[in-house]
Design a protein around this ligand. Sequence first.
Ligand code: PEP
Ligand code: MG
Length: 538
Amino acid sequence: MRRYKGKTVCGGVTIAKIKIMKKNNSQVKRRKIQSVETEIACLTIAVQRSINQLQELYDKALIEVGETSAAIFEVHQMLLEDEDFMEAIKNMIRTENVNAEYAVAVTGDNFSSIFSNMEDEYMRARAIDIKDISERLIRNLKGKEGDLEAFEDNVIILADDLTPSETVLLDKDKICGFATVKGTTNSHTAILARMMDIPALIGVDMPLNELKDGMLAIIDGFNNELIIEPDEETKKKILDVINEEEGKKLLLNELKGKENITSDGKIINIYANIGSVNDIGYVLENDAGGIGLFRSEFLYLGRDTFPSEAEQYHIYKQAAQMMADKKVIIRTMDIGADKKVDYFNLDKEENPALGYRAIRICIKEPHIFKTQLRALFRAAVYGNISIMYPMITSTWEMDRIEEIVDEVVRELDSEGIQYAIPEQGIMIETPAAVMISDELAGRVDFFSIGTNDLTQYVLAVDMQNDKLDDFYNPHHKAVLDMIRMVVDNGHKKGIWVGICGELGADTSLTRIFVEMGVDELSVAPGEVLKVRRAVRDI
Ligand code: PEP
Ligand code: MG
């Protein structure tokens, strides 16, 4: 039995077999080979395996994200069957007597750079696909299972690090916990773990190379511990804790259908945060009154091209319909900082958190923004959709947003397309927005306070820096005073004010938030009932 300490990002306890997620590290060494035939036979098997995997991905994507996005996996299959590409790899194996992985890596790089220098934009975009299929082939040649796509049910994922885009790709139904060596408690990977409501640890000092898939492990989120190959006594203790937790969950379940009301009759809205329509089942199961934050940028992560208007429309419409008349607040995409996507072609930045992200990208590249707004306005016909804009700092940004919204409305009118103009609010997550919240309140329908970013900007603490975890204090007086100020300024202008950052679920502050007059708390679906109990206990 071995124990490794980490930091809990989502409490709870679980026991399961481990699955180690290795990075798709395609560092390939050149080797002299004995038999060209054997090497080419291995290549043929790896190609077939890749094609099968891509077919599975296509089928999954077709159901989850629709035909347009799924098509990329068809393109990948076609590229794998491309004769020029395959012949070039085989030729290199034959003429240079080198291993297939090396031949694939070199040929992949060559083809990819040919594509990236082409005139045609569509062909240029294929460069990344060539890279992708080459990496897949190499993984299959190496017989590496550590891909992000295939693992058994009910596993604990162990990884060096998981980016938000990798986390998005994980098949959430199959995972019962995860632990990573790197990462910070305030990162979006941690936030995703809370949304999935599974025990998760980060900063675990575990020797990944010595651990093997299939070993039994425990994640003890209460004691910040990963336990590998637990002995019988430890297993028994953990099973007792799991039973106890189940009991607590059952007690919370009794609060379903009850109001979020304090003993003196004040009612608070408790909504849920989601990253995809797949989370909505969980929202309903936990009896949330609506969706307070749909992080739409997750639709943009873990893929190679922009989601089209049609795809987004379909997803937002589905969310609106599934939630019936309940509020669905969709935040326009907040790409940038830790949520990176290759096809946005963002420059490497010295200070990504202070960089080109969210509404800044939308204002500078309105074609991206307009596609999303069109999809949102069209979907708003089908339910109670509101939208909100992230990272606002100034009134001129509001001017520009209003201009772009007007353009979108004019275009939809002239095309005769059905739409509705949703309620529009903003995230208050920069100190500047707090300080001008009196002015901003007159421009929007509601405020939602993003305490995650607000804390990092007020305290000048980069939330991606794990050395600074102790300095990241959302309870800091400065943060709490700012929340109070925003609520007061919002109410003076007659708009409602909510909190959708992680602090909203901190039940040690629920009483204070209620006293401040916060109207809504939007939390991970699994935390709705816990916050309801805290409100009812006031
Ligand atoms: C926040 O900053 O508190 C917030 C809710 O936005 P995100 O965590 O997605 O940046
Ligand atoms: Mg934010």
